[in-house]
Unconditional design. Structure first.
Length: 95
């Protein structure tokens, strides 16, 4: 794994943090610039609390034509949360 900040390959594992879904998120520290990051850093999924699988599944359901509010209800999220997820990914696709 390369550092997303300086692209150095000199990284080391720096602990794991439990997520809300019970999985562990691996953290890394760059030996060159000293910054800490995880596998989501620098991606549209960065700083999201929801697991990748939930976000991907919810957006897949939305792409099948199900409404925002119905999708949000079925996943236990607010409709504004789903709209934010869609906007984040749309911004990355456009650029």
């Amino acid at each position: 794994m390369d550092c997303p900040h300086c692209q150095s390959q000199q990284v080391s594992k720096n602990g794991r943090e439990p997520r809300s879904d019970g999985t562990l998120m691996q953290w890394y520290r760059c030996r060159d610039c000293g910054k800490q990051f995880n596998e989501r850093t620098g991606t549209p999924m960065a700083r999201l609390r929801a697991p990748n699988s939930i976000v991907a599944f919810a957006l897949n359901v939305r792409s099948e034509g199900i409404g925002v509010r119905a999708t949000a209800r079925s996943f236990g999220k607010s409709h504004s949360t789903l709209l934010r997820w869609e906007q984040r990914l749309a911004d990355k696709v456009d650029s």
